[in-house]
Design a protein around this ligand. Structure first.
Ligand SMILES: NC(=O)c1ccc[n+]([C@@H]2O[C@H](COP(=O)([O-])OP(=O)(O)OC[C@H]3O[C@@H](n4cnc5c(N)ncnc54)[C@H](OP(=O)(O)O)[C@@H]3O)[C@@H](O)[C@H]2O)c1
Length: 302
């Protein structure tokens, strides 16, 4: 019988990248929001029971960082409660869970890359709700892995890269924040990491239960593309590549500004650097350099 995989968030950046990569691995059940509302914990429970998956892969999340400040109940329902229920049900049936979290669990002080054991301290509701999800999953008793990532973008969906490119074609000048440091992470790189991890766990599980293999390496991993930059550096790089592709097109001049000049309802961490050393050592995966990934996305954008 084919392995059943429950994938949430299939209309999102990471879910969209995961779907075609998961399909060769088993029977993928990937409900849209209209088929499974993640803010309804009991519906999540029923759905998991019905599907009885071997794997739950959960990129589904409430990701509206600023809106979350005014919708904490909804953010917690999706980012904590749904994850808790997935964990409880996975623990009950011997499934394994891969979920995703964020650099926004950290307060953003200092300049060193955060390691997994560093104290957290989210600055806003979104980060706090994602941290609560990590903790709820750990407490559920499920065999699980959480990938904390940063600044996710892709060739599909709405994201920073596509928004800036659109405006850069229309405007003379654009001000971009230049004092938040981190790594843009391509959704395809996260999908590759996820598949690598699942295959590695399946190999490690041969002859024994999957949760036992996952528990040996389970927990939180930092997983962002390699290298670091700022939002200004990220935007400058892909506008540069766009200009190379379209020499005739006029793109906006980018101006670096401090976060203090760009006020948002939710405060962002200034230091979002994540050390991915644990990922390399324990899961044997090195994330690609962010510039190499941006170059690939720019090619795909046609
Ligand atoms: N985006 C980033 O910059 C970033 C940074 C760090 C970490 N992360 C984490 O990485 C993971 C993947 O992020 P992403 O960029 O792929 O997110 P995304 O593009 O915003 O996608 C979120 C997905 O969750 C679904 N969803 C939201 N509310 C739902 C609900 N009530 N019921 C059912 N589905 C619902 C969305 O469905 P709809 O299409 O119907 O809304 C969408 O498919 C998340 O855990 C996120 O927290 C993201």
């Amino acid at each position: 019988m084919a392995v059943r995989i429950l994938l949430t968030g299939v209309s999102g950046q990471v879910g969209d990248a995961l779907l075609p990569r998961l399909q060769p691995m088993g029977k993928v059940v990937a409900p849209l929001r209209s088929e499974l509302d993640l803010s309804d914990a009991e519906a999540v429970r029923r759905f998991v029971r019905e599907v009885a998956p071997r794997w739950i892969v959960n990129p589904g999340a409430y990701t509206a960082v600023d809106k979350a400040e005014n919708e904490p109940d909804l953010a917690y329902a999706i980012n904590r409660d749904a994850v808790r229920v997935m964990g409880e049900e996975a623990a009950a049936i011997g499934a394994a869970v891969i979920s995703f979290s964020t650099d926004y669990v950290f307060p953003g002080d200092g300049v060193q890359p955060w390691v997994e054991t560093d104290a957290t301290g989210p600055l806003g509701v979104y980060g706090a709700s994602k941290l609560a999800g990590e903790q709820a999953l750990a407490a559920s008793g499920a065999a699980h892995i959480v990938f904390r990532t940063s600044w996710v973008y892709g060739a599909t969906g709405n994201n920073f890269l596509k928004t800036i490119l659109r405006f850069a074609r229309e405007k003379e000048e654009m001000k971009i924040v230049a004092d938040q440091h981190g790594a843009p992470t391509w959704s395809e790189d996260l999908a590759q990491l996820t598949i690598h991890t699942m295959k590695r766990m399946e190999e490690a599980a041969s002859g024994r239960a999957l949760p036992d293999a996952v528990r040996e390496v389970g927990g939180v991993y930092h997983a962002c593309d390699a290298g670091e930059t700022t939002w200004f550096g990220f935007a400058s790089e892909f506008v540069r590549l766009a200009q190379l592709k379209e020499p005739e097109q006029r793109f906006a001049r980018l101006l670096p500004i401090p976060s203090s000049e760009y006020s948002t309802p939710a405060k962002r961490p200034l230091n979002s650097r994540l050390s991915c050393e644990k990922l390399r050592l324990k899961l044997g995966f090195t994330m690609p350099n962010w510039e190499a990934s941006v170059a690939q996305v720019m090619q795909r954008l046609g």
